[in-house]
Write a protein that binds this ligand. Structure first.
Ligand SMILES: [Zn+2]
Length: 440
């Protein structure tokens, strides 16, 4: 018995040693290739996120055998760096730079979060990266595929998925956040509601236990799997004999029952001169390659040091220094809108900071790879760039007169949805309370 035990322990330690050697060899290869290429690493670290991080089994590089499927699949972890991932997979640093150059018009790489997946297709003969996909969730996917003369072409291959609209009815027990979470609302949805109504309701002081609230939201799924994308359409909170409500209009802004805005309107321009040097153009062609190279923002003439203003109330969600886009800031305005300000010389805000419309957030500059100083300004609706000069953004404090009929129809439909759910819930309560008592 004793001998057998010793034997099995020996073989186990042999296996362990073998397992230890493998990563050492890999590290050596990586280190050697560093020295050979004298690679410079781009500080493109993927930030820590509160979002769910993929399980351990997914968090390592998986080598896939079949040709029709990607050569590698990698799930982003906290603190990952793209240049390290590329290096580990033996993909040239030049390929990463080419992809980043193409990504200048989209900045999708910068939005990678832990749990997102990278898929790589590598040519077995040449070892060249043929295609890379960023899979943010089952619906949102972008792709960079190699083109003939070198370089990569960007393509958004996101799918619509299925959006289900439903009404939820709950009541406050403990904090509003806790009660809403229990009802099935996500952290983002709860934040949308509390930010929207902060001027009308003090969530910690005004709410009483038992106060009712109703919500209509849209939830996206692909093949029955939720993607994490959700959108609040309507909210009603009953508090001390009054009803506070919010309805999402087609302009992406929330209004109360009478069509008065709950959010401050946007400004059209992020700086004072309004002199456009290059307009938004989704069909722009690269002057040399002739390939589609969309201009997803509006360029303003701005000497270095020109004050840059937030075009709406919002929160700073990203500050970056990109080799091609330069120093830039991203603001989030509610759940629908984002704005981006590129090529800055100085950034005057911090990540996580709340900003007001018109607040100076930066000074313009000429950072990144550009020919002269200017401000590149982008407006994104549901993460898709739109023309900031012509988009139907909320500019007024109430629903415009000519849109009021449309707003009212939508509002009434949403109220009806919530009412039906409230009635259903009340009848369930009623039947529960009136159950025939069993005699003892
Ligand atoms: Zn531009």
């Amino acid at each position: 018995m004793l001998k057998l035990n010793q034997l099995s322990q020996q073989s186990r330690s042999k296996i362990k040693k073998g397992l230890l050697i493998l990563p050492l060899v890999l590290i050596a290869i990586v280190v050697l290739s560093h020295n050979k290429d004298e690679r410079k690493f781009v500080p493109l670290n993927i930030e820590t996120s509160s979002a769910a991080v993929a399980d351990d089994a997914d968090a390592k590089v998986t080598h896939l055998v079949s040709v029709s499927v990607p050569t590698y699949s990698y799930t982003i972890k906290n603190g990952d760096s793209l240049s390290v991932i590329f290096s580990k997979l033996g993909i040239s640093y030049k390929s990463l730079l080419s992809i980043m150059e193409e990504d200048l018009n989209h900045l999708s790489l910068d939005t990678l979060r832990p749990g997102n997946r990278l898929l790589f297709w590598i040519n077995e003969q040449s070892g060249v990266l043929e295609k890379m996909q960023l899979k943010f969730n089952p619906a949102d996917i972008v792709q960079y595929s190699r083109v003939e003369h070198g370089g990569y072409a960007f393509k958004d291959i996101s799918i619509k998925g299925q959006w289900d609209t439903s009404a939820l009815v709950g009541s406050v027990h403990g904090s509003f956040s806790k009660s809403a979470h229990k009802l099935g609302l996500s952290i983002n949805e709860i934040r949308t509601i509390t930010t929207l109504m902060k001027d009308k309701l003090n969530f910690t002081r005004d709410l009483r236990a038992g106060d009712k609230f109703s919500v209509v939201h849209k939830v996206q799924s692909v093949d029955g799997v939720e993607t994490g994308s959700r959108e609040i359409e309507a909210v009603k909170i009953f508090n001390r004999g009054r009803t506070i409500s919010a309805f999402l209009h087609t302009d992406g802004q929330f209004y109360d029952e009478n069509g008065e805005s709950l959010q401050r309107a946007f400004m059209r321009y992020p700086e004072e001169n309004h002199y456009v040097t290059s307009p938004f153009n989704p069909n722009r062609r690269h002057p040399v390659t002739g390939r589609l190279s969309p201009h997803n923002g509006t360029d303003f003439r701005a000497p270095v040091g020109t004050p840059v203003m937030a075009t709406g109330d919002g929160k700073v969600i990203m500050i970056r220094n990109h080799p091609y886009a330069g120093k830039y800031v991203v603001l989030e305005h509610g759940s629908i809108y984002k704005t981006r300000y590129l090529h800055l010389s100085r950034i005057l805000v911090k990540k996580g900071q709340q900003v007001k419309r018109g607040q100076r957030i930066a000074l313009s500059g000429a950072t990144g790879r550009i020919t002269g100083p200017h401000l590149h300004y982008e407006l994104l609706i549901r993460n898709r760039p739109v023309n900031p000069m012509t988009a139907n953004i909320p500019m007024a404090e109430s629903v415009p007169k000519n849109e009021m009929a449309k707003f009212a129809t939508r509002r009434d439909n949403l109220i009806q949805m919530m009412k039906e759910e409230e009635v259903l819930l009340a009848s369930q309560h009623h039947s529960q309370n009136n159950k025939p008592q069993e005699s003892l």
